[in-house]
Design a protein around this ligand. Sequence first.
Ligand SMILES: C[S@@+](CC[C@H](N)C(=O)[O-])C[C@H]1O[C@@H](n2cnc3c(N)ncnc32)[C@H](O)[C@@H]1O
Length: 283
Amino acid sequence: MVGQVAHRGGTIVTGDNSSGDGADELLEFDTSVAHIARVQDYWLGGKDHFRADREAGEEAIEAFPEMVASVRNTRAFLARAVRYLAAEAGIRQFLDIGTGIPAVDNTHEVAQAVAPESRIVYTDHDPAVLAHARALLTSTPEGRTAYLDADLRNPERILRKASTTLDFDRPVALMLIAVLHCVPDDDDPYGIVKRLLDAVPSGSHLAISHPANDIRATEMAAMATRLNRVMAQKVTPRSHTDVTRFFEGLEIVEPGIVRAPEWRPDPDTSGASTMWSAIARKP
Ligand SMILES: C[S@@+](CC[C@H](N)C(=O)[O-])C[C@H]1O[C@@H](n2cnc3c(N)ncnc32)[C@H](O)[C@@H]1O
């Protein structure tokens, strides 16, 4: 964990300078309630979770025993997607919203391995992710990385802040990997994605991976119910038709909107997934 961490009851306070802007921040987060960033870290085998997160993670696994394989397959999709975008679509700018606690194959590592000059802006609203942001600021000298502590539900703020790193006159890949299910219908996830897409030029791409409610439907419904009982953020799995709506007006790249391991698999890609995953290009 970055910085000094001190327990104060259920709260952690860390004096940290991890956003990379030179300002000291006081980070406070409640460890008594599960948070999706830390639950995800538990599923991925990381070290940055607390009892409430582990219990929530286990609740989900009880409802859907292949949860860990599915989460790891989503992470592998993220890496293949970034590799495709950098190597085949020629993208050099990435806006990765809902970054999560750093794990294997973070977006900048994959993109800059292909094209060292790539620029990446990471965004998350969880203080636990902010506390680890320094691990995301390890850019190549030719490229740049930045971290924004910001909420997807305020895309204008994200776009404004990201514009100091990204040039919105040139194509950008919008990475929304396993985050849109944290935006309930009442918060207008379709409108949010449209506002992001409206701000980027032709040739930009949208990558989404989204929990399904129409794959292993009974288990997924049980998992969402269990998580929503105990987790701070509520999750909304969506159907193939619902996920297709996010790509309205875009050219969907082959093989279309498929389960994560079916999207341009590597030879060793295998296992369960309940995540609809796709990439599309803005014409
Ligand atoms: C399931 S994790 C996915 C992390 C990473 N994208 C991956 O695929 O490994 C979801 C992440 O989205 C973040 N998140 C959820 N709602 C958000 C919001 N409204 N604004 C910004 N980040 C959000 C959470 O804090 C968490 O880190």
